[in-house]
Each structure stands twice: as structure tokens, then as C-alpha cells.
Ligand binder design. Sequence first.
Ligand code: GLC
Length: 574
Amino acid sequence: MPTPPAAPPHEEPWWTSAVVYQVYVRSFADSDGDGIGDLRGLLSKVDYLSHLGIDVVWLSPIYPSPQDDGGYDVSDYQGIDPLFGTLADFDELLAALHARGIKLIIDLVVNHTSDEHPWFKASRSDPSSPYRDWYWWRPARPGKVPGKPGSEPNNWRSAFSGSAWEFDEDTQEYYLHLFSRRQPDLNWENPQVRQAVHQMMCWWLDRGVDGFRMDVINMISKDVLLPDGPPIPGEDFGDGGPFYLCGPRLDEFLQEMRQEVFAGRGDHVLTVGEMPNVTLEQARAITDRHSPRLDMVFQFEHVQVDQGPGGKFDLLPLRPADLKASLSRWQEGLAGTGWNTLYLGNHDQPRLVSRFGDADELRVPSAKALATMLHLHRGTPFIFQGDELGMTNYPWREASEFRDIESLNHYRDRVERGENPETVMQTLRRMSRDNARTPMQWDASTHAGFSTGTPWLSVHPDHAEVNVARQLDDPDSVLSHYRRLIALRHEEPAVSRGDFTLLLPSHEQVYAFMRRHEGTEVLVVTNLTGAEANAGSLPGALAWLEAELLLMNYPGVPTSWRLRPFESRVYRRR
Ligand code: GLC
């Protein structure tokens, strides 16, 4: 198979013209029939990735783990979970990707460990252990009985429901866990913790990996006073976010990491920080090309436009104009100095077509339109496995079908508090992370070609229609459309490096923008709705109809600016 076209030589960092593909290993391809995807399964698909044309693979965690949170609970940072394979498999995968010109970045989960990590086991076992201070241990609230509800050191809520504190009977203290109780938070105030993390990162870089996707990296610095947070509407707990998101020492910790881990390694290494609730101003400072802390960050504003003040399960109807407003705000805000990641889906988000498009009659045009709109922005696009096929949310019938701890905890919590189970299911159908985690659909066979055994999570019933085998050689498939988008980023500097100008800012349905670079103009117009739309008020509308039509998601050559549902067009002129 052909190798992807090399990025044009220029002074910009290589990742400005790169596209990243995220592999959630347990759901990608299973080589040994145990129903769980693994490294050798992925190894058997590297030619597929090469054919797609992507430049970088991001691997979700493959480290030894009790798998309480799909591997985001790591019990050994320098190994591979036997579920997924061995270090030898990892090295072989890395070599196979490199041989095809594809880089590999790995998930770095260092805000917390698993409760089975030897550091935590030592920390828990003995208050006088040198490891005690590697985590956040605190006594009960003054005057309260240790271990009773309401006695927790503060009111912070865990991202996975309930208190963020777990009581330890043996030592009569609580430890902090912003996620599951099996994911205790590391205490980055302790320099030994930071040193251990740096050493581990160097070990992987020396092994040949090309960088890291850093899990919730903006949570590593907490306000050491751990104050109560503002109450969350409809919850018994408070929001600790103001005291642990982009906390007081984050910048210092990131600078130190840059110095200790990345200095002297050249610019081939890629660093991407996952940062819930990061503000535009913070992201600009972190990715500022003159003094970068990280190359790029995952911000969350645009994937929260359908959420109310109660968080991800407090759902509002999606208004396409809000999505457009948010995306364009970040394009303008990071212009010049900073750099955006471009994503609509990942292993934590529902399927993008179901959320922002139309998963029924308009599945194909809406999948293509959303991809076009996203990839034509300034930034680095991230494709989550299966999105290149237009995969959709799973039709969940009952809560017992879920495997994701966040979904299961939310269901239990709400039902215990008297909410109608069907109402909770409706929310989970829209938002559960398991929507993204159903197995990759390779072909129309029983388990979609994912596994010969029983998959760990149900395969989507639409796999007979939506699968790789069917789309690979079809020039009109969603997959072929993604290949064209990836190639376009490699070939057209206006896409990788051009500036961004929003057009028709107050149009409720149409998202239109221009990318310009050295005399080339690329116009991108997308109808973000399932109804017809008129984009005739675009500046120079008629002249644009004469320009070169680079991409389009309906057949034929358009002669007007009447846009069909989810119609998307890309024009170029020089
Ligand atoms: C990140 C991961 C998510 C995980 C959480 C805790 O948000 O993407 O999957 O549950 O961090 O590690």
C-alpha cells in the first residue's frame, strides 16, 4: 500500500500538517479471541492506518491495570497489561508504524494511579511510609466522625459520582480521588513524585515513542488548602474544579517537565494535554509558540455546548449555532501564537454523527459534512477510531449493557436518588462513553470482524452496513471522504497553515469560513442542520461558484448557494 504523502518542507512544526488517529485498543481488533482488542490486533491493521494516510497514532492506555476505568487506572507505568500483549508486541508495533512513516504517542496518566500501584499500596499501608505523602491523605472534617457521610475533608464531587474522598478504615484517614475510588490522585507537590514521572517518561521516549497525550494534565496542581467548592445544582456535593483545574503550580510543573524530559530531544516529540474547562486565555499561554509548555491542548468548550450547569448529564438541546460560535471563537483566539486540536469525538464522547449530525437518513452526508468542517480548521485533527466510517451511538436497551464506570455509577446514583430509570437511560443513550467504545466495525460478519470470541462490549447492530470492508473501495464512502481530507491537509498549505476568517457570523444554520495562505484562498461552507439552508449572502457568492470545487458531500456540481441538509463544500482559488 502507498505510504502517506510527506508533509511539505517548511519551517512550521511537523504537526501543523499532521492528522492523529486515536486507537482505543480494547475495542479496535482482537487477535486472540478473548473478546478484547490487543496490540497484535492493532499490528494486523497498520496497513489500514497507512492507507487512511494518518501521521500519528495515539494509543489509549495499555499498561498493567485492574481495568476499573478502561486502563486509565495504571498499576505499572512501565509494562503492558497481559490483556493487550507484551513489551515485545509493543516494540514490534512501534517498528511497524515507524516503517510506514507513522508516529506513535501514548497516553500518560499521571494525575492519578490505580489503587493497586505499588506506590499507593505502600502509601495506604502505613502513615509513616515515605510514600504516604505521594497521595492526598487528610483527616475527617474537624468535629466530624471519621467515615460517616458528610465527614469528608471537603465537599468535592468525583467525576464518577459521589464524594471525591474515600475513607481508609485501617489508618482512619481519607484519600482524594477526582475519578473512581480506585484512582487515587498523586500529590505533585512532592518532588519525588514528579521525578518518578519524569524518569518514566524518559524511559518511554528512549524506547522510541514520539510523544504523549497527557490525561487530565491540568488537574495535577491542587490548591493545597483543598477548600470546599461551590454547590453543584441537583447534587449533594460541590465542584472542586476552581481549586484543581489549572491550579497554582501547573505552569511550573509543565515547565519543569519540559526541562527534565523534553529538552534536547529535538522537535519530533509531540505533547498534547487533555485539559477540561481550560480557558482560551490559558490555552493560548500554554501553546504559545514563543514559549510553549505543550504543543497543543484538548479544550472542552465545544463538546459542552449541549450541557447545562449540572455537567455532562445535564443535557440541553444542541444548537448548531453554538457549536459554530465556540469553534470559531477558538480559531480566532489561538490564531497567530497558539495551536488548536480539532476533535468532535474520542473515547469519552458519544459518536459525533449521533450528537452533531443525523444518525438516520442523513448519516453519510452529515458524517462527511462534520468531518469537512472540522478538518478544514487551523489546528491538528484527531480522528477517533470508527468515526471515519460514520459509526453511530449504540441503541442501549438497559443499564446492564454498559461497561463504563462513569455510566454505571451515574445510573446507580440517579436511580438511588429516586429518578425515573427510563429518564436516566435516555440521558445515557445520548451521553454514555460506551457509545464510542463499541467494537470497531471491520466487516459484516457476526462480531464485525473485531473478534472470533464474544466481544467485551456489544457490537453495533448496524455493522452489516457500516464497516471498513464495504467502504474501503467505495469512492463515495465516509472513509474515502476522510482519506481525501487527510490528503488535503498534507497537500494544501492553506489548510495546514492558512489564517482563519469567519464569514456569515450570525447565520443560524451555516458555518462558513475562509483559510488564506500566500495568495491561495480556501472557502469552507457547511450547513450544520438537517434542513435546507441558503448561503447566498456570502461575500462574492456568485464568483465562488466558478472556483475550483475541492470537496463536496453530494453528487453533482452546484450552481447556487441553496444548501441541502448537511451539505458541505470546499472551494479553492489562487
Ligand atoms: C480522562 C480520560 C478518561 C478517564 C479520565 C480519568 O478524561 O480520557 O477516559 O476516565 O481521564 O483518567
